[in-house]
Design a protein around this ligand. Sequence first.
Ligand code: GRF
Length: 198
Amino acid sequence: MNNQQKLKLAVFVSGNGSNLQSIIDACRIDNFPAEIGLVIANKTESFGLVRAAQAGIPTRIVLHKDFPTRELFEEQLLLTLRDFEIDLICLAGFMRVLTPHFIAPWLGRLINIHPSLLPKYKGLHTHERAITAGDKEAGCTTHFVSAEVDEGEIILQRSVPIFQNDTPDLLAKRVLKEEHILYPETIKLMAHKLLVTS
Ligand code: GRF
């Protein structure tokens, strides 16, 4: 842990990075127990890189396309992290499945946000699937990352109603708003846990 007793985060992004933005904003609040030390993107066009640069956060691009195997890609991620004394990795819209090669050394310190009320709707198209199933509520989940996709232990959840005539887009927006509350809340919880046990 660094000497200000703040959890040092690495945030992994692929796309828009609105969850990253919610974490950046939370870290600006007095006494928030974390700071972002590094943002890694696996896509050059990720807007998350712009958000990080605007906030003065170091960024690294590790393109999965540049590596012949998943393991070599992950090896590069591990190497990149090594220079930054990171305590916790937050996947925030990182569209790459990680294997045990990467996960094992970070087990318990690697978390993700998923746009459904897990264990329902692992994988993609969560909002469409919830509407099609006739569910009355949807939501988002933060969880530890384990070898099976979206299977790791649940940390926190927030739910929203599904309305009649809802569309996946409308529902996605409603859920995303909750994600932006949930991720900072989860990081706060993790900070208390990791600061006490380290
Ligand atoms: C979010 O819905 C997140 O739950 C999912 O991917 C989306 C990323 O959005 N894993 P953003 O890039 O944070 O805006």
